[in-house]
Design a protein around this ligand. Structure first.
Ligand code: SF4
Length: 318
C-alpha cells in the first residue's frame, strides 16, 4: 500500500492530466503489499525533514517503501523544489512552474544528512528546464555542502537528463558525486507516451558521457517494468546500458499513482524479476537490483557497498 503523506493546499498537482480519461487503478498482487509506517524512527525522520524544510521523493512519488526506509533514516531528498517542468505520465511529482532556487537549501540538506548519520545519501531533483544549466550548479553546491558537513558520507545523485543544457554535465563531473544515477525509466518505444519530454538517446548519452568526464564515478540507471514493454526490449536496454559502461542496474514494478496516470499493463511476478537479474548479471553489470519493490534509492547504502566491493574484486582479478 502506498502511503500518501503529501497534503496539497495548492490545487491540482497535475493540471495537464486533468482532462484525461480515468485509468482505473488495479488491485495490487500480494507480493506488492507493504506495511503502514509505525516505527518511532519513521516519525523522527519525518520531523527532521520538515524542520529542515526539505522535500523528499519518498513522499512526492508516494513510494511504497517509505515505512521501511524512513524507519532506518533513509530518506531521498528532492532538491530544487516540489514542482517539475516535465509531465511524465508515470510520475506523481507535482507539475507546473517552479519557484526560484533556494540558496539556503544546500546547507539544510547537508545538515540533515549529518544529523541523520547517513553512510550514503541519495539526492534527486525535479526537472528544471526553466534554468539555464538545468540546476547542475545547484546539484554541485549540494554535493559540496554534504562533503563539508558529512565527509564520511558517500553521495549518490539521481539527476534529470539535462536536455539542451550544454555544460551541465561538466559541472556535475567537476563536483563529483560518488554515484551518478539517471534512470532511463522505460524502453525507447514507450518514450512518446511515458516520458514524452525526454529522448532515450539523450539519457543514454548522458550516462556514457559522465564515464568519460569522471571515470571514477559509479554509474547507475533503472527501468520500471509493467508498462507494456517486451522482454527483448528490456534486454536491448540492458545491452545499451552496458555499452555506455553503466555499473548498476535497477528494475522495479511501475505502480500507478492516480487514475490520471498511465495504467499498469502488467504486474511482473518476482520470478520474472529474478530472470531479468540473471540476464543483467550475465551482461556484466557489477550490481543488479531487480525486485517488484526495487526503486533507485531502495537499499542504496548497502547496495553501494556491494557495488564498490564488486568493482574492487573485478579490478583485482584483472
Ligand atoms: S525507496 Fe527511495 S524513494 Fe522510496 S522511500 Fe525508500 S528512499 Fe524514499
Amino acid at each position: 500500500m502506498a502511503t500518501r503523506l503529501v497534503i496539497d493546499h495548492r490545487g491540482a498537482r497535475h493540471p495537464e492530466k486533468a482532462g484525461r480519461a480515468d485509468n482505473p487503478i488495479q488491485r495490487k498482487p500480494d507480493w506488492i503489499r507493504v506495511k503502514a509506517p509505525n516505527h518511532p524512527v519513521f516519525f523522527e525522520t519525518r520531523d527532521l525533514l520538515r524542520d529542515h524544510r526539505l522535500v523528499t521523493v519518498c513522499e512526492e512519488a508516494a513510494c511504497p517503501n517509505i515505512g521501511e526506509c524512513w524507519s532506518q533514516r533513509h530518506a531521498t531528498m528532492m532538491i530544487m523544489g516540489d514542482t517539475c517542468t516535465r509531465a511524465c505520465s508515470f510520475c506523481n511529482v507535482r507539475t507546473g512552474q517552479p519557484e526560484a532556487l533556494d540558496a539556503g537549501e544546500p546547507a539544510r540538506v547537508a545538515d540533515a544528512v549529518a544529523r541523520l548519520g547517513l553512510r550514503h545519501v541519495v539526492i534527486t531533483s525535479v526537472d528544471r528546464d526553466d534554468l539555464a544549466d538545468g540546476g547542475a550548479a545547484h546539484f554541485a553546491a549540494v554535493v559540496a555542502a554534504v562533503r563539508d558537513a558529512a565527509p564520511a558520507t558517500t553521495i549518490e545523485i539521481l539527476t534529470p537528463d539535462f536536455l539542451r543544457k550544454p555544460g551541465a554535465l561538466e559541472t556535475i563531473a567537476a563536483a563529483p558525486p560518488d554515484v551518478f544515477n539517471h534512470n532511463l525509466e522505460t524502453v525507447p518505444r514507450l518514450y512518446p507516451s511515458i516520458r514524452p519530454g525526454a529522448r532515450y538517446y539523450q539519457s543514454l548519452r548522458l550516462l556514457d558521457d559522465i564515464k568519460r568526464l569522471a571515470p571514477g564515478v559509479f554509474t547507475k540507471s533503472g527501468l520500471m517494468l509493467g508498462l507494456g514493454e517486451a522482454r527483448e526490449e528490456v534486454v536491448q536496454v540492458m545491452n545499451d546500458l552496458r555499452v555506455a559502461g553503466v555499473d548498476f542496474l535497477t528494475l522495479g514494478q511501475y505502480l500507478q499513482p492516480t487514475v490520471k496516470h498511465c495504467a499498469v499493463a502488467r504486474f511482473v511476478p518476482p520470478e520474472e524479476f529474478a530472470e531479468y537479474a540473471t540476464l543483467a548479471r550475465a551482461r556484466g553489470f557489477d550490481m543488479v537490483s531487480a525486485t517488484p519493490l526495487t526503486r533507485s534509492s531502495y537499499h542504496a547504502d548497502a547496495d553501494f557497498e556491494r557495488l564498490r566491493a564488486a568493482r574492487t574484486a573485478r579490478l583485482q582479478a584483472g
